[in-house]
Every structure is written in structure tokens, then in C-alpha cells.
Design a protein around this ligand. Sequence first.
Ligand SMILES: CCCCCCCC/C=C\CCCCCCCC(=O)NCC(=O)O
Ligand SMILES: [Zn+2]
Ligand SMILES: [Zn+2]
Length: 503
Amino acid sequence: MLKKIVLAIVFIFVIIIAARTILLSRHSPPVTECRATDDDFIPLSDSRLARFQRALQFQTVSRDVGDYNRDELQNFGDFIINSFPTLHNSSLVEWERVNNYSFLYQIKGNKRDLKPYLLMSHLDVVPATNLEAWEAPPFSGNIVDGFIYGRGAIDVKQCVMGILESVEYLLNNDITPARSFYIAFGHDEEVTGSHGAKMIAARLKEKGVSELEYISDEGLPVSEGLISGVNKPVASIGVSEKGQAILKLSVKGVPGHSSMPPKESTIGILAGAVHRLESNPHPSMLGTGVETQFLEHLVPEMNFPQRILVANIWLFKPLLSWLLSLKPHSDAMIRTVTSITMFNAGVKANVIPPLAEAIVNHRIHPSQTVREVIEYDRQLIGDARVNIEIASSIDPHPTAGYGNNDFGYQVFKTTIRQIWPSALVAPGVLIGNTDTRHYLNFTNNIYRFSPTHMFPGDAQRFHGLNERISVKNYEQVINFFFHLIRNSDQPSLSPVHEHHDDL
Ligand SMILES: CCCCCCCC/C=C\CCCCCCCC(=O)NCC(=O)O
Ligand SMILES: [Zn+2]
Ligand SMILES: [Zn+2]
């Protein structure tokens, strides 16, 4: 009898595994018909390329909240105004500098009943370090072997300049958009956006804007070769964004002579706490959020064993979590991550340190909250001598729609396929943070995507060494935004044609 029950259970499991594998292995058909019309390609002329190289030369570095290079932001802003004369003088455009260095543009379409959308980006960059290790100086914009080097090449001056080039082209060619749109460039995204994006959002409200059709901002790239077994480019659209908690850990002690040390120093206690945090990662949340749909979208391109695993996360979560945890970029998809980013202690070689401090930077999986993450840390540290203070925090963002009837998502999907026809397009979670935190009240439809083509090894270039973009990819960036604007002109989505017979 027991044997029969076991066999029946195994049989049911096999049926479920097979059914899910077959179901998720089906290729999804294109769901929209929205092509860019007219001459639909902007070539990367020498002058467009030179403008981008020049943009990378401005050292618009942000270091901390309120600590950014004002002179260079001013110069970069002046350069933008001078480089795009049609945009800045068109009767279709209203523009202003917000809080001195940020920019807000309104491009007026001729169908005023259509809800406007917003294209976001940012003008600042993080500092460049280890200058000797760069192939070309980080503020040169030099081209080496077909790549344009510079801090900001992928984060994210390529989008600033790509948006500006595409709009200038539209206006120079007398193409009046049907749907109005806004462009917002903040000047301190790398240090929370509280002086830039936050002020732009307030200004938008002042102008009477309360609802937007969708918002686009920097985000996930088009990646190739990052997931073993998937041989096509994977374009992931960030429909949500991780939360963030910056915690300051501190341990206080009594200073004294180093010849008579206490059993434990503030440094030793804090180092122990930090070590416990680093060696006990937060749990895998695989199966609870959009990372699940991301992986499931790739199933048709995977090999058979991979298909079985990914189509059945309900069963294989532990194994898959382990596999995904092997690489930092895939580990970041499935859990709240912990980075120890700063550690300060001690005053002199022969003085017992009175204070030790560390900064912990968490990026929070959308299925968790700031409170839960801090409680987990507290339990893990398990030492009342370690004080935990929240320096800043934000919960994960809500998830935007990514179905067949979600206008913004479908416009992105169509546009991506116009630039990368073989790309698999999938929803995903952005593992870093953006200025969109200041715009959450304008719409739920926020899409975080950068039309940057990335290959193995490129993820480390974000905020790292040798940030660069290929000349070809920069041309794709310009054309991505051009097509996005053209595709956004349609009043609504074309009827959806589902083909269920193409198994
Ligand atoms: C198996 C996974 C395949 C997906 C490929 C993902 C590759 C991820 C590589 C880079 C994405 C990182 C984008 C981060 C943008 C965040 C912008 C930023 O710097 N904001 C400030 C901050 O977060 O502190
Ligand atoms: Zn950025
Ligand atoms: Zn950045």
C-alpha cells in the first residue's frame, strides 16, 4: 500500500514537472505591432560622436549628499544648451534649469488628450579611482579599439546624450510627436537625488502634472553570455527596484594606554559583527518576486536540464539558489545583499581605540522590507555593544505591470526588438537604485532599462575601472530613444494576437 502511495506521489511530481517544463518552453509570439515610421535610423555622425566624447570629459563627480562638482555641472549644462540649439529654441519645447544644475524639459505633442510620459537620466558620475589601471584616462572620452572610455560611458551619460540627440533629430526633421513628454536630468543621482530629482519632481507637480503614462530611467542592460546556456541577448526591463538601507554600526569604548589592553577592543568587537554579517548572507528569496518571471522568460532558450530546473523553481529552489549565488550579479537578483563599504577606527598607534564605526549597505529584495532586514542583522550580530543606526533607507519599489496590456512595457519591448531583433525581453528587478524613488507618485508604470549591450566582465565596469561603451552601441542608444519616442506616439496598444498553436 505504502509503495503505491509513493509511486502515485512520484507520478504526480513527474506530471507537474513535465507540464511546467513544456508550458514554459513555448516561445512567446510578438504581441504588438508598433513600428517606427519615416526614416527610422539616426547614423552616428562624427559630430554626434564628438559631442558624446566631450560629454565624458566633464568631471561632474558626486561624492556625498550636497558634495558635488558645481563648476563642472554648470559647464556640462552650458555645453548641453549650446550643443542642441534646436531643442533649446523650439516653440514645441519648454525647458528650465532646476536647482541650478538639473534640467526639466517639456516637449509638447499635437495630441493633447494623450497622457504624457517621462524620460529620466542623470548628469553626475561617481569618482574614478586607480587611474593607472585605466586603458584611457577616465575623463578623456578617448576611443581605444572601438570603445569610448570614460566615467559615465554606461552610467549614464550615454542615455543623457542619446535622449538629447534623438530629440534634436526629431525636431530638426520637423517631426512633431503626437504624445507630449518630459525629460528630467538630475544632477546628484549618485548621492540620493535629493537636490536634483526630488526638486524636479516638485517642479513637475507645481506645473500641474499629476499622472504620467510611464516613466523610463536607467536600469538593466542588454546582456549577452551572462547566463550559461542562453545564447541570445537578454534585455531585462527593471519593473521593480530593490530597496536600500545604509546602516552605521558603532562600538564605543574607553581610551587608554596600549600597554594595558582590555580583553576586547572596539575594533575587535565591530570586526566580529561585520564578519558575521558578511559570512551569513540574507536568505534566497527566489520564487517570491520578479526574478522568477525573469528566469522563466528564458526557459525556451535553455538546454533541457536547465529547462527542468528553471521551470520548476517550486521544487528546485535550493539547487538553483546555490547555482545563482555563485556570481555576484545573479546572487544580487535573488536576495538582499550586504556590502561593508566603510570602516573607521582608532586615533593613534599606542592608544586603545575609543570608537569603531562601519557602514553597511544593503540592497533589499522586493519581497522584504527595511524593518525585516535590520531585525535579521540585529539577531545575527547578537551583541548589544554594537549600536545599529539607520543612516538612510527606502523600501523596495512597487512592481510595474509587464503584461500584454501594459502600454509602457510593450512599447519598451517593441523598441528593444527594433534595435536587437533577436533579444529575449524579460521583466526583472533592478539591483541598484535610481532617481525614480522621487517619482513614485506619478505612476506605477516605471521601467528601468539602459540600452547598453554588456558581455561577461562588463558588470564590473559600473562604478569600476575602464568604464566604456562601444561606438556601435552608442549609435544603438541614440536609436533606442528615437524609436521609443516614435513608438510612444501610438494612442494605445494594437489588439493582441495570441498564437497558442505554435508549440
Ligand atoms: C543572470 C542575470 C543576468 C542579468 C544581467 C544583469 C547584469 C547587471 C549588471 C549591471 C546592472 C547594474 C545597474 C545598476 C544601475 C544602478 C544605478 C546606480 O549606480 N545608482 C546608484 C546606486 O545604486 O547606488
Ligand atoms: Zn546611474
Ligand atoms: Zn551609478
